[in-house]
Write a protein that binds this ligand. Structure first.
Ligand code: ATP
Length: 235
């Protein structure tokens, strides 16, 4: 069953239309991927779903409820969380305080339980909870950013290029974290420019090029059809 169904989705900025009628489905309990080159519209898609970028038309159905007109707060309350591109942590604030910012409107007791869950998942967070995130490596910051998105206890976790700028070892740690949360049943929408993480984690992949979905399948199948090279290199 589809948890998220997007149809005819149009996002634009003044004179620029970034998405020209995108359709996408994410099955409950799966990790779905979106691959696309620079400027394909990946961030516009995710920020548009969150209501953080101007949506022009289309439908966003989440668990049967239409959210295309819903503001960001309602999207988060409905159970969608976004781990934004470039992590967007507060570098002078501690790991713990950055995580608590993700707890949204949860009360103290619930926020504490979610913190404990984050520390159980990634023990060094707990050991270094008072440390400023600006002192962490890029890979460590990415793990904190994902954990912060999980603090709202979402039913759908969306990630915007979490492997960007990371070393292979750090990408591997991101992969393990995402495998763990997916194994617990969380539905994930992973948006990437780099195929490696998507290839390992995603059961289905959509290819976005110039604001349109131009292919759908498995990474292997898309490579076999030359769809990825077409999308990245312009055919
Ligand atoms: P990248 O991998 O570089 O992050 P992307 O696939 O996420 O790219 P978007 O950032 O969504 O792509 O951009 C899609 C299109 O919308 C591009 O043509 C971009 O120039 C344009 N665009 C994005 N943000 C804005 C904005 N704030 N104002 C005007 N145009 C924008």
């Amino acid at each position: 069953m589809a948890l998220l169904t997007i149809t005819d989705f149009v996002v634009g900025y003044r004179t620029v239309e970034a998405l020209h009628g995108v359709a996408l489905e994410v099955e409950a309990g799966t990790v779905a991927g979106v691959l696309g080159a620079n400027g394909a519209g990946k961030t516009s898609l995710l920020m548009g779903i969150m209501g953080a970028t101007p949506r022009r038309s289309g439908s966003i159905r989440f668990d049967g409820v239409e959210l295309a007109q819903a503001p960001t707060g309602r999207i988060v309350e409905a159970g969608i969380a976004l781990c934004m591109q470039n992590r967007r942590l507060f570098p002078s604030m501690s790991i713990e305080d950055n995580l608590l910012l993700g707890a949204n409107s949860a009360g103290n007791r619930v926020a504490r339980e979610r913190l404990d869950a984050a520390y159980a998942r990634t023990p060094w967070f707990g050991q270094r909870r008072g440390e400023a995130t600006g002192r962490l490596s890029g890979g460590q910051q990415q793990l904190v950013a994902i954990a912060r998105a999980l603090m709202s206890d979402p039913r759908l976790l969306m990630l915007d290029e979490p492997s960007s700028g990371l070393s292979p070892v750090a990408v591997q740690e991101v992969r393990v974290l995402l495998e763990n949360v997916a194994a617990q049943g969380l539905t994930v929408l992973l948006v990437e420019q780099n195929t490696h993480l998507v290839q390992h984690l995603c059961s289905s992949v959509s290819v976005l090029a110039e604001g349109r979905v131009v292919g759908h399948g498995t990474v292997k199948g898309l490579v076999a059809q030359d769809l990825l090279s077409d999308a990245y290199l312009g055919g």
